[in-house]
Design a protein around this ligand. Structure first.
Ligand code: ADP
Ligand code: MG
Length: 249
């Protein structure tokens, strides 16, 4: 991994590969009858904060899963720092060390405490029990849950559960944080807090944040917005459409 000085986006230099590059990515389901992704080309640089937005069913979750190596394209290729995900021989280990996932609902294990849930991904790392606990305590503190360590998910509010899920997604210090409708199950107050927390995490940890949402207000929190429709990216705020000849700006 390269050590970038703060504020310098070296990943945009030709010498440095993009963090994520998708080329002609297609994903079909049901023996090809459903085309969830119909040829997606996408480059995301390290440290970007990107929203992927579009109506329900347009392929947002499928794209996020493919970017995060939870699913593989039917055709085309996805690479991470210049290396095709299809060449990795241990995808679960890659995911556990490199990618954090947050979903619409927290997916916490109901019988484990907050402190234990946050440690689940850490078993992929060569850390002692003491080290895992130390890290989990720090992560729960960073999401404001130091007073809920021993609560189980059923004893927490929806907003608190999502904060535990954020802490868990950061367990192994991921370079890439993927959030699929992270505010979808929250009331507007908690949704705003969640988005502020995600932005703070993006800034403090200098990771790359990609969030998926059907809600334009949520997407407006990102620096770059990609619009999807029918399995394709139809607009990218980083690349405004060229004006038609003769158009007055
Ligand atoms: P979004 O997240 O934008 O709502 P999805 O990526 O979940 O959309 O789904 C895109 C399309 O692919 C939809 O038509 C959906 O029904 C279909 N799809 C997604 N996953 C599967 C699957 N596992 N099997 C069959 N069809 C699927
Ligand atoms: Mg979805």
């Amino acid at each position: 991994m390269t050590a970038n000085s703060p504020g310098v986006i070296t990943s945009l230099l030709p010498s440095e590969p993009a963090l994520i590059e998708a080329r002609a990515v297609r994903r079909t389901f049901a023996d090809g009858r459903v085309e969830a992704l119909r040829g997606v080309d996408l480059v995301i640089a390290a440290h970007e904060c990107v929203a992927i937005e579009g109506p329900s069913g347009c392929g947002k979750s499928t794209l996020l899963h493919v970017i995060g190596a939870l699913d593989a394209p039917s055709a085309g290729d996805v690479s991470f720092r210049g290396r095709s995900l299809s060449t990795l021989d241990n995808l679960p280990a890659f995911r556990a060390r490199t990618v954090g996932f947050i979903f619409q609902t927290s997916h916490l294990l109901p019988t484990l405490s907050a402190l234990e849930n946050v440690q689940i991904p850490m078993f992929e790392m060569p850390w002692s029990a003491r080290e895992r606990t130390r890290r989990a305590l720090a992560l729960l503190d960073s999401v404001g849950l130091s007073d809920r360590l021993h609560h189980r998910p059923g004893q927490l509010s929806g907003g608190e559960r999502q904060r535990v899920a954020i802490a868990r997604s950061l367990a192994n210090g991921p370079e890439l944080l993927l959030a699929d409708e992270p505010t979808g199950s929250l009331d507007s107050d908690n949704a705003a807090k969640m988005l502020a927390l995600l932005r703070a995490i993006h800034a403090d940890r200098r990771l790359t944040l990609v969030m998926v949402t059907h809600d334009a207000a949520v997407a407006s929190n990102a620096d770059r917005r990609l619009h999807m429709r029918d399995g394709a990216i139809v607009a990218d705020s980083a690349r405004p459409p060229l004006l038609e000849p003769g158009t007055i700006a």
